[in-house]
Design a protein around this ligand. Structure first.
Ligand code: IMP
Ligand code: MG
Length: 180
């Protein structure tokens, strides 16, 4: 185990198994709706999750990326700034936002609003992790990998000041490494 990690919360194999299940359910839902979604990955945390999830989609899905927020340390600022926008029009499209973790919910709230303003037909959210105890807006992801307690996690795309994203599991950092 990495020397900075206090405990492993979700093992690599468990993440893979859950992605397989999510892929199946998402495929069924979009098939039933006769829609092929445009997956929009929110940079940079969603990359490993999205890469695993798309392998299990039985759909003619496309994907693109957005970078929308800066997150200083472990505090969510709630400020949404578009750092990288989508390259193509989303008018009339069915969007599936891909997130690493939904915390306060402000990111998905703002991005969903933005997409509907740009004419999206539907906007759903799939997230690897959900931290419902931290929610401050009335938002919930449509598809959730794992619900977790109020702990700051890193790995499988998630960072602390850009570090630890490359860990293959989701883990909790040792307390001495950050201040809340
Ligand atoms: P929200 O807008 O508060 O829901 O924040 C969502 C974003 O905050 C996620 O996309 C992450 O980038 C970041 N975030 C929230 N909680 C954690 C965590 O425990 N570890 C790493 N990043 C987190
Ligand atoms: Mg993020």
């Amino acid at each position: 185990m990495n020397q900075y990690i206090k405990k492993v919360l979700i093992e690599e194999e468990a993440i893979y198994a859950r992605c397989r299940e999510l892929g199946k359910v998402i495929s069924q839902d979009y098939k039933a709706a006769q829609a092929d979604p445009l997956l929009v990955g929110l940079l940079r945390g969603s990359i490993p999750f999205m890469a695993e999830l798309i392998k299990h989609l039985e759909l003619d899905a496309q994907y693109d990326f957005m970078d929308v927020t800066s997150y200083a340390g472990t505090m969510s600022t709630g400020d949404i700034k578009i750092i990288k926008d989508l390259d193509t029009s989303i008018e009339g499209l069915d969007i599936l936002l891909v997130e690493d973790i939904v915390d306060t919910g402000k990111t998905i709230e703002s991005v969903k609003k933005l997409m509907y303003n740009k004419g999206a037909h539907s906007v759903k959210v799939v997230t690897l992790l959900d931290k419902p105890s931290r929610r401050i807006v009335n938002e919930k992801a449509d598809y959730i990998g794992f619900e977790i307690e109020n702990e700051f996690v890193v790995g499988f795309g998630m960072d602390f000041n850009q570090h630890y994203r490359c860990l293959p599991y989701v883990g909790v950092l040792k307390d001495e490494l950050y201040q809340d």
